[in-house]
Write a protein that binds this ligand. Sequence first.
Ligand code: NDP
Length: 330
Amino acid sequence: NLMSKQLVYGEFGDPLHVVKMREVEVPEVGNQEVLVRMLAAPVNPADINTIQGKYPVKVTLPCIPGNEGVGVVEKVGEEVSDISPGNKVIVTKPVQGTWRNIAVFDKTVLRLIPDNVGLVEAATLTVNPCTAYRMLSDFKPVKEKGLVVIQNGANSACGQNVIQICKAWGVKNVNVVRNRPDIDELKSYLKSLGATYVLTEEELRSTPIFKDKKLEKPSLAINCVGGKSSLEMLRHLQHSGCMVTYGGMSREPVTIPTSAFIFKNLAFYGFWMTVWNERASPDAKEAMMSELITMITENKLKAPVHKMVKFDNFQDAIGNALSSKGFQGC
Ligand code: NDP
């Protein structure tokens, strides 16, 4: 009998304590189902928060973590005609439990992925690239009108996608990161991805990049951090610009001066990929996916900095993700 190694948690809490590995028999493949040997799956901040019981998506315990990943098809059910053994597939719906080596998924949660899409790019396609793509598409016509974008947390997995999509679309982008001893290395890395400017939080306060017209003021601010960082970004927005908040890494609230509403007519939105996916039409999803896949195959979009960890060493991957040093794969 085929056995699967899977991670599982039976209670919410510290991911290093509640997530355990177990071995179970793989169930029969139903008519509409597909047996997938998983190749890679990331540890995203949402995975950690879900295990901690702090993420607003309902899961039933015991639960296999993991919201995205890539695998190779080993067997398909009798009524599955569009997926065949040997195909590479990604899991496109959340809460399917991708942190296991072999899984039986419903065919509707899988999407074929071309063989020339890299392993890590495929494993991480549905969360961060899609989030970056939507935030650059749904709030201001940055591509069509050549508007400038500013973002904080620019070295995050999501931020690295924002930079690369901006570059592919010819959109100028200003990137704010926290200072660190190897800041020059980080700046050159982000510039190599397509960053127009990379500034530390302190430099954003003192560098006159918008004053002497080196660059138009940004129309769209993408906020990963909140607190002082988002306040500083919104000061640089154009009249009638907007800020989209998608993360709250500083755990500080977003503060908006009254004058920003009255005199600058700024608008403030939140974005959550989970909800977009629930509401969007299949055509809209496909248009986004195929554009992102094309960018990847044309080498315009690569996976963020990461570290691969063997599945058996999952605790290392979780530990690294807990210290928030970028996403970890396993
Ligand atoms: P990463 O782990 O790749 O990056 C985390 C980023 O946060 C790094 O840039 C890090 O900077 C920064 N950071 C960490 N702590 C602080 C702090 N105290 N103050 C300022 N910056 C800080 O994360 P992801 O890109 O995977 O995710 C980033 C955020 O976006 C998360 O909150 C995640 O939940 C959210 N997200 C939301 C989505 C949505 O649909 N709304 C979809 C995808 C992600 P440094 O290098 O300086 O530590």
